[in-house]
Design a protein around this ligand. Structure first.
Ligand SMILES: [Zn+2]
Length: 243
């Protein structure tokens, strides 16, 4: 196992990140889509692999128990990918290329596949295609999302927002940073509009209150009184929203 290893659980790719420290015992933690393993600097190769394998097994077991099981997707030519805003038709084209690429033309979601790909739906290909589709649709709908954010911000907050990024986050709906950047998961392109609105309100509210304190939830509740229901819906059904 080298430092670029990963495991796939429920169609989500988790990177295994190794860190070497002056410490006596090894330690493992999972954060978002990374399994962080801290290892003592002085360790034999054999012992190191033993620990990594043991921790990888532990992580897999733990991740399998999570509620966030994405639905199994089989990509087919001509199939629809329906988002809240717009529906797209999948169009696979084999080309003399090395990597999977794609573009959107009107409602056509064109995925270019290298000629040597025999089966589209292997787990590695599916992860690549899913990420690509998310990225393409995110850029296709970026203006719509940005307008929505600025509308909500102007109406309720008037915060300075620096950068808005819609990216492939599978285990979180959104995040924000002290630099006043807001990140949203591409999965939000698939949820009902009121859920998207909630996540936007949630993230902008964090620019006022960075934690999940009582104060924070009061800000959210003043704008979306039924926020608890929406939060629960996203928690319980999050796995269904998947490209
Ligand atoms: Zn939060």
């Amino acid at each position: 196992m080298n430092d670029e290893e990963f495991i796939i659980v429920n169609n989500i790719k988790y990177k295994i990140n190794l860190e070497y420290e002056f410490r006596k015992t090894a330690n493992v933690s999972i954060k978002n889509e990374t399994i962080n393993i801290k290892l003592p600097k002085l360790l034999s190769k054999k012992k190191k692999y033993e620990i990594i394998n043991k921790f990888a097994k532990w992580a897999k077991k733990k991740l399998l128990k999570q509620k966030l099981k994405p639905k199994e997707i089989i990509y087919k030519q001509g199939e629809y990918i329906n988002t809240e805003k717009k529906n797209y038709v999948l169009n696979f084209i084999k080309k003399d290329i090395k990597n999977i690429t794609g573009k959107i033309v009107h409602n056509n979601l064109i995925i270019n596949l290298p000629k040597n790909i025999k089966t589209i739906n292997t787990s590695i290909n599916k992860i690549k295609i899913s990420k690509l589709i998310g990225k393409l649709i995110a850029s296709d709908q970026k203006t719509y999302i940005e307008n929505k954010i600025s509308k909500i911000n102007n109406r309720f907050f008037n915060e300075k927002i620096n950068l808005i990024t819609i990216k492939n986050m599978r285990t979180r709906w959104g995040s924000c940073s002290s630099k006043k950047n807001i990140n949203l998961s591409t999965k939000l392109l698939l949820v009902p509009e009121y859920c998207l609105d909630y996540v936007i309100v949630h993230e902008i509210a964090h620019l006022k209150q960075p934690n999940h304190s009582k104060k924070f939830w009061i800000i959210v509740e003043n704008i979306i009184p039924e926020y608890k229901k929406i939060n629960k819906h996203l928690k319980d059904n999050g796995y269904k929203y998947n490209f």
